[in-house]
Design a protein around this ligand. Structure first.
Ligand SMILES: O=P(O)(O)O[C@H]1O[C@H](CO)[C@@H](O)[C@H]1O
Ligand SMILES: O=c1cc[nH]c(=O)[nH]1
Length: 260
């Protein structure tokens, strides 16, 4: 935070935000998500971080892009938490790890495999990357209401996109393949690049977090077409509407939940 209380990377102040944030990583997705809120307006842009805001049920909701990968996502979660945001939901895309996934099926993530470097600078890898239960349930209800194919499960969060999608040309191809197969056998549903950071940094900062991602099928990753993104955006916004209406707050911060 700078001397004028301007968040260093996001270029936001406490008065710019509310208690809820939706976190796509692509700046181009911010305005279309904000358009699903009441009274959307642009707030700020710096680097890969663009922010819009609106309201749901009278409660301010911001939409901020995180950029690709765990490092920039971690600093977005850090700065938003410092400004007072209490609930954050990643809204993104992923590659399916299962053969039976419909192209564009949603995954409501309950947890993530920490196969990235950022969160190891917060907690040892034995500590799980898990979503907040209230956020998971709100996302699951929203996906059911949207009537779209979805499943709940664990994501694989990695640092190298091409290590996943073009494994054969990597010097570490054998190791990458073995590890990827291990995650698959363990039941991971998809691979992406941010959710572990959202969950672990959120846990450390005692804000509640969740993540909903659409899954590209294996065939679509190689040959297209790109799945439709609108059901993803609608599901994420509908989940926030539920959380606002039920008024549940920061489960991760509740004394009973942290044993404080
Ligand atoms: O589509 P988004 O949400 O950007 O997410 C996925 O796509 C990006 C890689 O192309 C990574 O950020 C990965 O997590
Ligand atoms: O396969 C994919 C698709 C989107 N994002 C990823 O990280 N992997």
């Amino acid at each position: 935070m700078s001397s004028e209380n301007l968040a260093h990377h996001l270029h936001l102040r406490a008065e710019d935000v509310g208690r809820y944030a939706l976190l796509p990583n692509c700046p181009e997705h911010v305005a279309p998500i904000a358009a699903l809120l009441d009274d959307p307006e642009f707030v700020a842009r710096n680097r890969e971080f663009e922010t819009w805001r609106g309201t749901l049920g009278g409660e301010r909701v911001i939409v901020t892009s995180t950029g690709v990968g765990a490092p920039s996502t971690a600093l977005a979660v850090e700065e938003l938490a410092a400004l007072g945001v209490e609930t954050m939901i990643r809204v993104g895309a992923s590659g399916s790890m299962l053969p039976d996934v419909v192209n564009g099926e949603l995954a409501v993530l309950t947890s993530a495999i920490r196969d990235e470097g950022t969160t190891k600078q917060y907690l040892p890898v034995e500590f799980p990357a898990i979503a907040d239960i209230e956020v998971v349930l709100a996302l699951r209800e929203a996906a059911e209401r949207a009537g779209v194919p979805f499943r709940c499960g664990t994501a694989h969060t990695k640092d190298s996109y091409y290590g996943e999608t073009e494994t054969d040309r990597m010097p570490m191809a054998a190791t990458l393949k073995e590890r990827f197969e291990t995650w698959r056998r363990g039941g991971a549903v998809c691979s992406e690049m941010e959710s572990a950071a959202v969950f672990v940094v959120g846990t450390v900062l005692k804000v509640r977090t969740g993540s909903v991602v659409l899954m590209w099928s294996q065939d679509a990753i190689d040959n297209g077409p790109a799945p439709s993104i609108e059901p993803l955006f609608a599901t994420a916004v509908d989940a926030v509407r539920t959380l606002v209406a039920t008024g549940t707050r920061s489960g991760a911060a509740a004394p009973s939940a942290v044993g404080a």
